[in-house]
Write a protein that binds this ligand. Structure first.
Ligand SMILES: Cc1cc2nc3c(=O)[nH]c(=O)nc-3n(C[C@H](O)[C@H](O)[C@H](O)COP(=O)(O)O)c2cc1C
Length: 364
C-alpha cells in the first residue's frame, strides 16, 4: 500500500487531496475548517506565498545540517508535530500510530490533552513526547495530569494559552462534529463522561473543561508542580512575547491555533518577526500555522523561529497510511527543507537569517 500510494503522494498537498477524498465529510470538516469566515486560516498560507527567497550561489552546500538544539536536546531537524485532538477519528490506531510515525521520523510529538489514547499508552511507542496541557478548572486534576506526563517521560509541557474558549467554528458546528461512540478523551477519564465525550458545541463539550480564568500566574503555579520546561502555545503579540519571558516561560510558540480560534488575527508568519524581536533570543521561539513546504520552514527560521510545528499535514498522513504516513509527511518536508537550503546557499539552519529573504530594496 505504502509504495504504490507513495509514488503518487509527492508533497503535502498531494496528501491533503488524497486524505480529503478518503475522510468522512464530517471528519474532513473538523480537520480542515477554521473559525468564522476563515480569514486567518487562509492568510496563514497566503502570507507564506507572498514572501520571496533570495538564493546565493557557490557556497559549498555539499553537507546540509538541519540539526537544532532545543531545551538541552539536539534534534535532527526542526519539524515537530503540533498537538491535535482525537486521532482515532482519522485512523483506528489513533495516537499510537502517530507516536510510532513520530519515532520513525525523529519528530517530537506534542500530545494533546484531548487524545483518544492515554498519555501513558503513547509513551510506550519510543517517540520523544511533549505534553500539551489544557488547564482544567479543577486544578488538582490538572496537577495530577502534569505529574502523569512527567512520570511517563514527557520532556516538556506545552501550555496552550490561546483557548479560554473555542473559536466560533461555524463550519464545524454545521457539520455536527462529535466524537463517535466508543471513542473518548482518554486522559480525562477521572472527570467522568461529561469530560470524556467531545461534543464541542453542546452542553458537556470543551467549554466545561477549559478554564477561562487563567492568568500569567499559572506559569509560576506550574513551575512549583513540575521541573519540565513550560512552553506557551498561542502567542501572537509582542507584549505577550515579552511577558512570557518575564514570567519565566521556557519557550513560546507563535500560533493562531491553525486559524481555529480568533478569526482576523494575523497569519503567524506575519506575527513571528515582531514577537521574536520582543523576545530577543532570550528563550526559544517556535511557530505553527500553514507550514506545508520546506521553503515555509526556511522563511519561518529567517524571521526568528528556532523550529516549526505542523498540524493538519501529519493528520492527512495518519488518515491515509497510519504510522508510515505520519513519518512520510515529515520526511517529505525535511527533504524539501534540505533542497531549499542547498539552493539558497545555506548549509545549516544557523546560516538562515533575514539575508535569505528577497526584498525589493535588495540592490547591493
Ligand atoms: C484537528 C485539529 C485539532 C487540534 N487540536 C488541538 C489541541 O488539542 N490542542 C492545541 O493546543 N492545539 C490544537 N490544534 C492546533 C494545532 O496544534 C496547530 O496549532 C495548528 O494545527 C497548526 O496549523 P496547521 O494545521 O496549519 O499546521 C488543533 C488543530 C487541528 C487542525
Amino acid at each position: 500500500m505504502a509504495n504504490s500510494s507513495q509514488s503518487k503522494l509527492i508533497n503535502l498537498f498531494d496528501y491533503e487531496t488524497a486524505a480529503r477524498e478518503k475522510l468522512d465529510a464530517m471528519v474532513d470538516v473538523y480537520l480542515a475548517s477554521g473559525a468564522a469566515d476563515e480569514t486567518t486560516l487562509r492568510r496563514n498560507r497566503e502570507c507564506f506565498d507572498r514572501i520571496l527567497l533570495k538564493p546565493r550561489v557557490l557556497t559549498d552546500v555539499s553537507c546540509i545540517d538541519t540539526r537544532v538544539d532545543l531545551f538541552g536536546q539536539t534534534l535532527d531537524h526542526p519539524i515537530l508535530l503540533a498537538p491535535c485532538a482525537y486521532h482515532k477519528v482519522f485512523h483506528p490506531e489513533g495516537e499510537i500510530a502517530t507516536a510510532q510515525g513520530a519515532a520513525q521520523s525523529g519528530a517530537i510529538l506534542v500530545a494533546s490533552t484531548f487524545s483518544t489514547v492515554s498519555l501513558e499508552e503513547m509513551a510506550k511507542c519510543g517517540a520523544r513526547l511533549w505534553f500539551q496541557l489544557y488547564v482544567n478548572p479543577d486544578r488538582s486534576f490538572t496537577r495530577e495530569l502534569i505529574a502523569r506526563a512527567e512520570e511517563a517521560g514527557y520532556q516538556a509541557l506545552c501550555l496552550t494559552v490561546d483557548t479560554p474558549t473555542l473559536g466560533s467554528r461555524d463550519r464545524e458546528r454545521r457539520s455536527g462534529f462529535a466524537l463517535p461512540e466508543g471513542m473518548e478523551r482518554a486522559n480525562l477519564k477521572q472527570l467522568g463522561t461529561r469530560a470524556t465525550r467531545a461534543q464541542h458545541h453542546k452542553e458537556g463539550g470543551a467549554y466545561n473543561i477549559l478554564d477561562p480564568s487563567l492568568t500569567w500566574d499559572a506559569i509560576e503555579e506550574m513551575r512549583a508542580w513540575t521541573k519540565l520546561p513550560i512552553v506557551l502555545k498561542g502567542i501572537l503579540s509582542p507584549e505577550d512575547g515579552r511577558l512570557a519571558v518575564e514570567q519565566g516561560a521556557s519557550g513560546i510558540i507563535v500560533s493562531n491555533h491553525g486559524g481555529r480560534n480568533l478569526d482576523t488575527a494575523p497569519a503567524t508568519i506575519e506575527a513571528l518577526p515582531i514577537v521574536a524581536e520582543a523576545v530577543g533570543g532570550r528563550i526559544p521561539v517556535l511557530m505553527d500555522g500553514g507550514i506545508r513546504r520546506g521553503t515555509d520552514i526556511v522563511k519561518a527560521i529567517a524571521l526568528g523561529a528556532n523550529a516549526v510545528m505542523i498540524g493538519r499535514p501529519y493528520m492527512w498522513g495518519l488518515a491515509l497510511e497510519g504510522a508510515d504516513g505520519v513519518a512520510r509527511v515529515v520526511q517529505i518536508l525535511r527533504r524539501e527543507l534540505e533542497i531549499a537550503m542547498q539552493l539558497l546557499g545555506s548549509a545549516s539552519l544557523q546560516l538562515i537569517t533575514r539575508e535569505v529573504l528577497w526584498k525589493a530594496s535588495n540592490r547591493t
